[in-house]
Design a binder for this molecule. Structure first.
Ligand code: URA
Length: 196
């Protein structure tokens, strides 16, 4: 079993926080072990809980479209996961103790994949990574759309790119435009060989 799959197996049987009581399936994440781009959302919703796969509902369809049409990539080229791997009841926000219990899995996924770019979708994953980078997190509207250098373990640089959560853009055409604009910036950085 590869390393990423063994983390996934642990996640599927995890009982480190109360969310295991409510889940149908834990959602470890999926994609390419050698992905150069990693997407981190908030937590699985109803569809993800049913299927055990990340971003497969309406927000996921928008994310997939942006990956396909703007980045010119497939989901299998990238890695998609969440900061919290089990669905919170009624899709409420993840609570701090749930993030604390679950985030070591995300840390291990980052360590294994060693992506060049991490796209944080929404405030929860952005706030978690900003904390790791020792940065103060303003609102997502203020920090989005820029690359932040994370000197990962003083070893190499990961570019962290916060943007809006696709769920926020579903019914807001203005936010959808901003999200598309942000994905074009990501595409620009791939094309300009910031990421090789
Ligand atoms: N929203 C998220 O943050 N993650 C998912 O996997 C689905 C919806």
């Amino acid at each position: 079993m590869d390393e990423l799959e063994s983390v996934a197996e642990e996640i599927r049987s995890c009982k480190k926080c109360k969310l295991w009581l409510y889940r149908k399936n834990a959602v470890p994440g999926e994609g390419n072990e050698k992905a150069q781009i990693m997407f981190i959302g908030e937590a699985p919703g109803e569809n993800e809980d049913l299927e055990g796969k990340p971003f497969v509902g309406a927000a996921g369809k928008l994310l997939t479209k942006l990956i396909n049409e703007i980045l010119g990539l497939n989901r299998a080229d990238v890695f998609i996961t969440n900061i919290v791997k089990c669905r919170p009841p009624n899709n409420r926000d993840p609570e701090p103790d749930e993030i604390e219990a679950c985030s070591p899995y995300l840390d291990r996924q980052i360590e294994i994949i060693q992506p060049k770019i991490i796209v944080t979708l929404g405030r929860h994953s952005t706030s978690y990574l900003f904390q790791k980078m020792g940065r103060r997190m303003d609102s997502i509207g203020k920090v989005r759309g820029k690359f932040y250098q994370w000197n990962y373990k003083n070893d190499y640089i990961i570019l962290v790119f916060p943007t809006y959560h696709p769920a926020a853009a579903l019914y807001n055409p203005q936010l959808k435009k901003v999200l598309e604009e942000d994905f074009r910036k990501i595409k620009g950085s791939i094309s300009s060989k910031t990421v090789t």
